[in-house]
Design a protein around this ligand. Structure first.
Ligand code: ZN
Length: 211
């Protein structure tokens, strides 16, 4: 449930919902100092007016482009992101000297945390990466599947959905149930806080959330 999420995760998920409400891929992120103080929060801005390159306006990269690296001990900062970083964001994390990552959900489509093991250069950076999983992963995969269902309806294919389904069929099923009634669109229009949407998704998921 929402209440069991840490404040850091609540901030990242609020950003993911902001992205959803703006028609963007619903991924949010937030950067904290070693004492848990919030430094920067942002979300995917791919569909927002004024975004020139829609393809690379990702939550994590948007944050790190705004980080004044001279002001902080960057290696002590902790980056929370609701989705496993993609190749670009993982590269941006590495080159920014971020050494602590928390991600809510695995991304079987383009997640690149495995570079920590596969690539000798990145392995040498000794990046701490922790998957939150559980309900947080379920909710992220659900809202992103919902976004992908809309895309599939518009002819963009369903490859991402198939891959999400392989690691969490319950989350994709919950997204399909919500999408039938356009429930998340209705929530977004109503302006209710994401805390309520999060718990509603958990309720629909039922016992599937731990799969
Ligand atoms: Zn990315």
């Amino acid at each position: 449930m929402w209440q069991s999420l840490s404040p850091e995760w609540q901030t990242a998920f609020d950003e993911a919902w902001e992205a959803f409400r703006n028609g963007c891929i619903p991924i949010g992120a937030a950067l904290f100092d070693e004492n848990g103080g919030l430094l920067i929060r942002d979300h995917n801005r791919g569909a927002e007016a004024g975004t020139l390159n829609r393809l690379i306006s990702h939550a994590e990269a948007n944050i790190l482009r705004r980080l004044d690296t001279g002001q902080y001990n960057v290696r002590a900062l902790v980056l929370y992101t609701t989705m496993e970083p993609c190749p670009m964001c993982m590269g941006t994390i590495v080159m920014s000297n971020i050494r602590h990552i928390r991600y809510a959900a695995r991304d079987p489509h383009c997640g690149s945390v495995h570079w920590n093991d596969d690539d000798p250069y990145i392995r040498g950076k000794q990046i701490e990466h922790i998957l939150e999983g559980g309900e947080a992963e379920f909710v992220q995969l659900c809202i992103q599947s919902y976004y992908e269902l809309r895309g599939a309806e518009q002819g963009r294919g369903d490859d991402v959905l198939k891959q999400f389904g392989k690691i969490n069929a319950g989350a994709v099923a919950a997204a399909r149930a919500l999408y039938r009634d356009k429930a998340l669109d209705a929530f977004a229009e109503s302006g209710i806080p994401f805390s309520q949407v999060y718990d509603e998704i958990i309720r629909i998921g039922g016992s599937n959330t731990e799969k």
